[in-house]
Design a protein around this ligand. Structure first.
Ligand code: HEM
Length: 545
């Protein structure tokens, strides 16, 4: 059932309650005392020392000293905007009649309903003040403030990822971030530790091909695709589930810078992408993206020659077309960068009924990591209460305490069950809108492993290379040469050429080798490197024996 109070403007109305416009007011302290002089500290005598008693000085300076929160451990650099999402009247769903056959998520059902959203775009590696136009993946994270709670689609502008298991994420990020001894380079992948890691992880190959391409140099956030990357699930009222991949497609189409442009722009205007988005929205050119879905089931998945739980793989559109289901328009810039863009906190575990997870081991680990990292950023479990993160859906539970609690909850009973009964929020059964996890049948042995179905690291990388035009191929070769020529250790350059690129395409590997002082590789043999730990591990069968 639709709650008429929640519409496109509901988030803005909620934010209006906390927006402060101090114009024309008198200057006061944080505690409301009018201030007579904010330029001079209280002193003992005409030329004497400042006195501890000066509460105005101490408050002003303490506020300033604590103005920043830790930057995000990744995706620190970004910008964001408000807008809305609206489902299409007649989505092209192929064999399905309407979206209710696929998902019970209420915000996807009614073409007249506009759901407020906030989207943050970001780079991954650089710090909060780094340049926009670096070679990097871009984050594309959207918070949907739906009437059934917040759904966060925390995606990237590249449809695959570097690694296959969340366990590897700290290693990946340590390798790509500035090196631990000298903190160089600030926002670039062109250094030994990243390529060392990459050259020892053949599963990274597909992602590396995308990162060396123009996809890692978007001209504008408005001209960028977005991808949920993982396989997710949609679940309908009957409890039937289909797998889904989410795609954002920009109305303006995709467009990229070339390397030379990116370097010049980074020097002249490091805020290039941030400013472009802000100026476009302020000038009335609200950017728009189409949300599309690829729908497939377990039987389809069994037919593919890759595993749909492996985040280094796409589901080719030749196998499963992308069906457009709605649009997102970003039409409002933030009023305060810190309160909105810096404090927005995404979490892939924020889902609503009708949207669920798959067993992708990268996604499963993310479900822990984001909640955890917000505790570091906000120093409080109440990060979900601050204005930009609050749902517009009603919140009602027994959480009432913790650092920086924003609500004053009345009543005695903050536990369940209780018989005092002045405030006892009831649980909601699934058929009335309570979230129930999809009852997937699971059977197996407890095992720390990498599925054999995740082993093919090169076929889709080759597919990507073969889909490029000649100039695009040249850009990729040039990018590989640039990046690897910044690597001091020759054995790392060699491993990239012999173990990774040569298994993608022999000509490609030869062209890169030529530019970086590496002997041209032989034709690749049958022996392709697989996951580096593979040889040291017992298979399930061996353990059983
Ligand atoms: C941000 C962890 C993989 C997209 C973050 C943050 C962490 C994190 C800790 C900082 C969040 C914050 O401080 O607010 C991880 C882990 C991953 C992983 C552990 C793998 C195991 C991915 C993947 C994607 C992705 C595969 C894309 C599908 C993003 C985006 C942000 C982000 C877009 C920035 C959100 C924002 O704008 O605030 N990630 N991440 N991450 N991650 Fe991941």
């Amino acid at each position: 059932s639709r709650d008429d109070d929640i519409d496109e403007n509901s988030k803005q109305e909620q934010l209006d309650d906390v927006r402060e416009n101090p114009e024309g007011e008198q200057l006061t302290s944080d505690h409301g005392v009018k201030i007579s002089d904010t330029d001079n500290s209280l002193k003992a005598g005409e030329r004497g020392p400042t006195i501890m008693e000066d509460f105005h000085f101490r408050e002003k300076m303490t506020q300033f000293d604590h103005e920043s929160i830790p930057e995000r451990v990744v995706h620190a650099r970004g910008t964001g905007a408000h807008g809305y999402f609206q489902p299409y009247e007649d989505p092209d769903l192929g064999e399905y009649d309407d979206l209710s056959e696929l998902t019970k998520a209420s915000f996807l059902q009614d073409p007249d309903q506009k759901t407020p959203v906030f989207t943050r775009f970001s780079t991954v590696v650089g710090s909060r003040g780094s340049a926009d136009t670096v070679r990097d993946v871009r984050g594309f994270a959207t918070k949907f403030y739906t009437e059934e709670g917040n759904w966060d689609l925390v995606g990237n502008n590249i449809p695959v990822f570097f690694i296959q298991d969340a366990m590897e994420f700290p290693d990946l990020v340590h390798a790509i971030k500035p090196e631990p001894d000298d903190a160089i380079p600030q926002a670039s992948s062109a250094h030994d530790t990243f390529w060392d890691f990459a050259s020892l992880k053949p599963e990274i190959t597909h992602m590396i091909m995308w990162v060396l391409s123009g996809r890692a140099l978007p001209r504008a956030y408005r001209m960028m695709q977005g991808f949920g990357v993982h396989t997710f699930r949609l679940v309908n009222e009957e409890g039937d589930s289909k797998f889904v991949k989410f795609h954002w497609t920009p109305k303006l189409d995709t467009s990229q810078l070339v390397w030379d442009e990116t370097q010049k722009i980074a020097g002249k205007n490091p805020d290039f992408n941030r400013q472009e988005l802000y100026d476009a929205i302020e000038a009335g050119y609200a950017p728009e993206w189409e949300l599309g879905v690829q729908i497939f089931d377990e039987d389809d998945a069994a037919e593919f020659d890759f595993d749909v739980l492996d985040p280094t793989k796409i589901v080719p559109e030749t196998e499963v077309p992308v069906r457009p289901i709605g649009k997102m328009v970003l039409n409002e810039t933030p009023d305060n960068f810190f309160a909105e863009v810096e404090q927005v906190a995404f979490h892939p575990g924020n889902v609503v009924p009708g949207i669920d997870f798959s067993n992708d081991p990268l996604l499963q680990g993310r479900l822990f990591s984001y909640q955890d990292t917000q505790l570091n950023r906000f120093n409080s479990a109440n990060w979900d209460e601050i204005p930009i993160n609050r749902p517009v859906a009603e919140r009602h539970n027994n959480q009432r305490a913790g650092f920086m609690r924003q609500e004053i909850n009345e009543g005695k009973a903050s536990y369940k069950p209780n018989s005092i009964g002045d405030d006892d929020p009831r649980e909601t059964p699934e058929n009335e809108g309570g979230y129930e996890h999809y009852a997937e049948k699971i059977e197996g042995q407890k095992i720390r492993n990498r599925s054999e179905s995740f082993e093919d690291h090169f076929s889709q990388a080759r597919l990507f290379w073969n889909s490029m035009t000649d100039p695009e191929k040249q850009n990729i070769v040039d990018a590989a040469r640039f990046e690897l020529s910044k690597v001091d250790r020759m054995e790392i350059r060699e491993r990239m050429v012999y173990d990774l690129f040569n298994n993608v395409d022999h000509e490609f590997a030869k062209r890169v080798a030529e530019g970086i002082g590496v002997e041209p590789p032989e034709e690749p043999g049958d022996e392709m490197p697989t996951h580096d730990r593979e040889d040291s591990r017992l298979s399930i069968e061996e353990r059983r024996d």
